[in-house]
Design a protein around this ligand. Structure first.
Ligand code: XIL
Length: 478
């Protein structure tokens, strides 16, 4: 990948602090408290989830047996992107012979960890198998369609979002498509890829992904025009990924939030998909803070993925661009990211029916700072647990954050029962598994949050369509 210099670094642009209204609710029932805002998480994934977002990493299959790597992966991340294992050369090494072993290993580990998957990538000029590199015209177009169908069928229902097309635009000021064998099959190759992908797995979010598009420039303007055109013509596209590879030639610019927002305003989700920022110490931490804050300030920015775990795992390891050092210790950049996630605004990510005022235009003048105001009056006894709910609501949807607290002894697993408001339907759950999407629902712990020490808490959440009303959770513990 060749990266070109962009605009000189500008620092300290104005940032809008969004304050989100947490619904104030009455305490109901002896073992139930309605908290009014989420508390600070202690891992990247949990902190992002409290704000309705995810925090992910690129995962390499050959590192899953490294216990330090696997431990950090499980502890910190609730989204995974295979770094190379879902690329075209890996999944279809010979034409029409698909190979999913390494990618499956990542999917199964991440799923066991309770994390979701981003699929990367279905149509790209790079990392093509030899047989595809030599193809052109109708044969290549058909091979692309066959590839998308073959890979998406294998992973149907298992992928939150696919990078359907990767890096299709040129760097520099031309705003043109990148020349490639795929581009030479006809300018419509991108929309054909997206239409094929929608039919192959209608539940997957379909993203366009690129680099050097994080700020406003000729390349991101060209992507913007394509997304606008797709939206106007009904070509299915749900999200735009901004890779977020930053270094002194491609610095973090002051307009990344505005750039995310203008794409979001087209009606797509936005994500940082491959973030790494070369540097060290406070300068690096400051840049990470700016990137994460930009996402937190844009309600349709649904998550951030870093491109690897430790500096030694990075494709650019010489630039020490990641959040953990080569021994797996947290770097200052990690702390900056965690603090920024914990300080961020809750997202309001309805995908079907975006609220017209997003987030609420009338935040409370005195947002609750000290939850819960009504601590449990009747803490659970030995072996028990309690649950409390806080809500962020908008017309036609809500995000519920549920805090599960162990009683006077530790618990080894928990289940929370809730009856959803009439007409409400769950569209997304994090840090729990659920028995149903409407009506009476049981939420159970996932592998990493079943154990809670006496008096300690964990949180899970869900987003639902429909209007919120008071819900009374009941908690049972093992
Ligand atoms: C990189 C991987 O990190 C490397 O291991 C591999 O050798 C080359 O590809 N943009 C993308 C990613 O979309 O797939 C690339 O990943 C980094 C740039």
């Amino acid at each position: 990948m060749t990266e070109q210099s962009r605009a000189p670094r500008l620092r300290g642009g104005p940032r809008a602090a969004l304050v989100f209204a947490a619904a104030g609710l009455l305490a109901a029932g002896a073992a139930v408290t309605m908290a009014t805002s989420a508390s600070a998480g202690t891992t990247l994934g949990a902190s992002a989830a409290e704000k309705g977002r995810y925090f992910g990493t690129a995962v390499a299959a050959n590192k899953l047996s490294d216990s330090t790597y696997a431990g950090i992966l499980q502890r910190e991340f609730n989204m995974c992107t295979p770094e190379n294992e879902m690329k075209i050369d890996a999944t279809e090494p010979n034409q029409n012979q698909f190979s999913f072993g390494n990618a499956d290993a990542i999917v199964s580990r991440c799923t066991a960890n309770g994390a979701r998957m981003r699929g990367h990538t279905l149509a790209w000029h790079s990392q093509q198998p030899g047989w595809m590199q030599n193809m052109s015209g109708t044969a290549l177009r058909n091979a692309m369609i066959n590839h998308i169908n073959g890979v998406m069928a294998h992973y149907k229902g298992k992928i939150y979002a696919w990078d359907v097309v990767n890096e299709a635009f040129q760097d520099g000021g031309s705003g043109a498509r990148r020349d490639s064998n795929l581009q030479r099959t006809g300018n419509d190759w991108i929309e054909v890829a997206f239409r094929t992908a929608r039919a192959a797995d209608p539940a997957a979010k379909l993203c366009y992904n690129d680099y050097n598009t994080d700020g406003q420039n000729a390349k991101s303007n060209a992507v913007y025009a394509m997304v606008q055109d797709f939206k106007s013509r009904g070509v299915p596209i749900d999200c735009v990924g901004f890779q977020g590879h930053f270094n002194s030639n491609s610095p973090v610019t002051s307009d990344i939030q505005a750039n995310l927002q203008r794409f979001a305003n087209l009606g797509v989700d936005v994500q940082f998909t491959e973030t790494d920022i070369e540097g060290s110490g406070t300068a690096q931490a400051d840049n990470y803070q700016r990137v994460v804050q930009a996402c937190m300030n844009v309600s349709r920015c649904t998550g951030i993925t870093v491109w690897g775990i430790r500096d030694s795992d990075s494709w650019r390891s010489g630039g020490t661009p990641l959040l953990f050092d080569s021994s797996g210790n947290k770097k200052p950049a990690y702390t900056a990211v965690l603090n920024t996630l914990n300080g961020g605004s809750p997202t309001t990510p309805p995908t079907n029916n975006p609220p017209t005022t997003n987030p609420p235009t009338n935040p409370p003048t005195n947002p609750p700072t000290n939850p819960p105001t009504n601590p449990p009056t009747n803490p659970p006894g030995q072996g028990g647990c309690s649950a409390s709910v806080s809500l962020q609501t908008w017309t036609g949807g809500f995000v519920a954050t549920v805090r599960v607290t162990a009683g006077s002894s530790s618990v080894n697993g928990w289940s929370v029962g809730m009856t959803l408001p009439s007409g409400a339907r769950i569209v997304n759950v994090w840090n729990a598994s659920q028995s149903a999407t409407s009506g009476s629902v049981q939420f159970s712990n996932v592998s990493y949050n079943g154990q809670i020490a006496a008096g300690q808490s964990t949180e899970f959440g869900f987003q639902a369509d429909g209007n919120a009303s008071t819900m009374t959770p009941t908690c049972s513990a093992r």
